[in-house]
Design a protein around this ligand. Sequence first.
Ligand code: UT7
Length: 320
Amino acid sequence: MSAVICGTGSYAPAYIMDNDKIAELVETNDAWIRERTGIRQRHIAKTETTVYMAAEAAKRAIENAGISPEEIELIIVATLSSDVILPCSACEVQKEIGADRAAAFDINAACSGFTIAYNMADAFFEAGQYQTALIVAAESLSHLTDWTDRGTCILFGDGAGAAVMKKKQGRHYFSVTHSDGTKGWTLTCKNRLETGMGQLPREYYIDMNGQEIFKFAVRKVPELIREVLQKNNVRQEEITWFVVHQANSRILESVAKHLGEPSWKFPMNLQHYGNTSSASIPLLLDELNRQGKLKKGDKILLAGFGAGLTWSGNILDWGM
Ligand code: UT7
């Protein structure tokens, strides 16, 4: 049996902050940010909550899938920036969309969250427990950002993406997930005390060793992609799209180069959204879907990586 994505949705907050606006806060400039990251602007949640964005993305995915919320048996929300600790975002999404039958819970695997949520839903399908799942990734990173730290505030953005998954007859693909807790120190955030752009002690905000994360990504993501291909006996040239976590255009270009692939096979939308952590992959997937770029039978390789450290990937056949 296979898992298929039969609908996608996304939501980006109304307020857009371009690089010039960031340059009013810290010593940086548009040219540096574009050249070193590829980012031109990001959406910032001024009024939207994480749950609101997650529920909007979910509603759009459900509509795109052409199912009713009652058909959903499982909701997984991946987030590192839930509005509150309890109740979990997935239960709030369940309430908002009226998915009364669903079991719902959150996971926090940082930027690998969406790929790991996909793997978990697939595992529930394989275990025979569920047939229809809604996986959502939503982040309000702006509330966790130190707006005086130019090493991080240039990167992050807010948003949400969602996908409806169904169990179907067809080829099953094995997923890959790895973690390295010894490198947890490279990307940390102590706690969530309040929202907004207030100033708390630095450790309460996202703290990152950018160069370490960069080196980790350019080394591990090609390894991850090769491992996913090998595990499933799929040749690299069979993959139509590599949908990789949108952290930095230089990371994506380096991964494509390592694998000897043209950069167009690694689509990018980080110029508009910045790094939205777990939400970046479903935001991009929804964009490609709505632009009609994904054709029936396309093999898509999803690859996430980030804090923890965690990295995770899988393959899916589009529209099968
Ligand atoms: O989702 C996963 C989590 N995060 C990531 O994937 C992030 C991965 N890392 C990165 O994307 C990059 O490391 C950054 C974009 C964060 C930083 O780029 P970099 O090329 O690694 O810059 P750097 O830290 O090596 O700094 C180079 C120079 C330094 O100046 P000097 O010492 O050479 O004079 C920095 O002080 O650039 C300076 N700099 C800046 N200048 C203007 C650092 N940040 C900025 C800035 N604007 N925002």
